[in-house]
Design a protein around this ligand. Structure first.
Ligand SMILES: Nc1ncnc2c1ncn2[C@@H]1O[C@H](COP(=O)(O)OP(=O)(O)O)[C@@H](O)[C@H]1O
Ligand SMILES: [Mg+2]
Length: 338
């Protein structure tokens, strides 16, 4: 997609995007989530990178850092001469406006504006004149195959059409980087195809496109796959811990932050869901069986309580150690960069 508008970041000086040692930590009390842990990735100019991984593994967090919406705990993201993580004031506003275009999962169109007007929004706030903005919006929408939908409101468009309007809006100011957060999540099977082809086409002219997705139909279109997984700093590189419990004692309670995954060595553990009208038994686990893997692996709090039915002994593993224990093939693997 070649573009005529001049912007502070012209096509001629497009660069690689370099993510170095990027760490993001969220801390609540003594509980720390580290969705990004020393991530190193280079996305070359003109390429499409996919962020793959289960919910909670840090895809949106990474995209937020790339969009300069979230400041990382440490590390850097550089695009040519600028370190995006250090921008503030005017350069930050410029970067958000002209440096990146963002496509969200839930289209985020203004419901009271038609397709053309939605695409005009970023151009108008960047000071592009009404007539020029309108002309470019129409042109972009025509390229997206929406020439006969120009004056439709979002409510009169299908999900796939709305997402194409959102893509046109994201490229309106010709940013050199496009970020899309699960852009096909709300689309039906047929609509996905067209949207994927458009996204692939966005890399023309040296533009970088970074897309988070669960959709494996995007895989063949990608130049690079960044596979991500949930990560708990507190549980990293911790040796297995032995826990002994008396009958009736809780190992963890529903809603607690998740840390370890447990294997029963001896005794028995009851797993129960705590519902408003009482406990619902979910499982009763004996020697060799494991429990509590969902939270640590997917970055969620405990979804149930676990209590010793009799005197019990367990071994607690970090998500990483557990992965090593059961074998990588049974769990999402980790490939960072390529
Ligand atoms: N603002 C925040 N405060 C605390 N924790 C957060 C915040 N944003 C995200 N997280 C946590 O960081 C992890 C990664 O979240 P996210 O980037 O949204 O994952 P994904 O997009 O892959 O589903 C999750 O454990 C989530 O709960
Ligand atoms: Mg997300």
């Amino acid at each position: 997609m070649s573009d005529h508008e001049s912007s502070p970041m012209a096509t001629s000086d497009r660069h690689d995007l370099v993510i170095s040692d990027l760490t993001v930590e969220f801390t609540k009390g003594d509980y720390t989530v580290r969705p990004l842990d020393q991530l190193d990735v280079t996305v070359p100019s003109g390429s499409l990178a996919l962020l793959l991984g289960p919910s909670g593994c840090g895809k949106t967090t990474l995209l937020s850092c790339l969009a300069a919406i979230l400041r990382p705990t440490s590390g850097s993201i550089t695009y040519g001469p600028s370190n995006i993580t250090r921008l503030s004031g005017r350069p930050l506003t410029d970067y958000r406006r002209h440096g990146v275009g963002v496509v969200f999962q839930a289209f985020n169109l203004v419901p009271s504006l038609n397709a053309v007007e939605n695409v005009m929004v970023p151009m108008r706030s960047a000071g592009v004149k009404q007539s020029g903005a309108r002309q470019r919006a129409v042109e972009l929408l025509e390229r997206m195959g929406l020439g006969d939908r120009l004056d439709h409101l979002p409510s009169g468009l299908s999900g796939g059409q709305q997402q194409r309007v959102a893509i046109a809006r994201a490229v309106a100011l010709d940013p050199p980087v496009i970020l899309a957060d699960e852009p096909t999540a709300h689309l039906d099977y047929v609509q996905v195809e067209g949207v994927l082809r458009l996204i692939r086409g966005l890399t023309d002219g040296g533009r970088i496109v970074i897309v988070s997705t669960h959709d494996d139909r995007m895989l063949p279109l990608a130049d690079q796959i960044i596979e991500m997984r949930p990560n708990f700093s507190r549980t990293e590189d911790v040796a297995p811990t032995t826990v002994t419990m008396a009958a009736g004692q809780h190992l963890f309670r529903q809603g607690d932050p998740s840390d370890l995954i447990y294997v029963v060595d001896s005794g028995r553990i009851d797993v129960v869901r705590e519902a408003p009208d009482g406990e619902i038994p979910l499982a009763s686990l004996g020697p060799g069986e494991h429990l509590g893997e969902m939270g640590p692996l997917f970055g969620l709090p405990r979804s149930a309580s676990a209590r010793a039915a009799v005197d019990t002994s367990l071994t607690g593993y970090t998500a990483k150690a557990f992965r090593d224990l059961v074998g990588a093939e049974r769990l999402p693997s980790l490939i960072r960069g390529r």
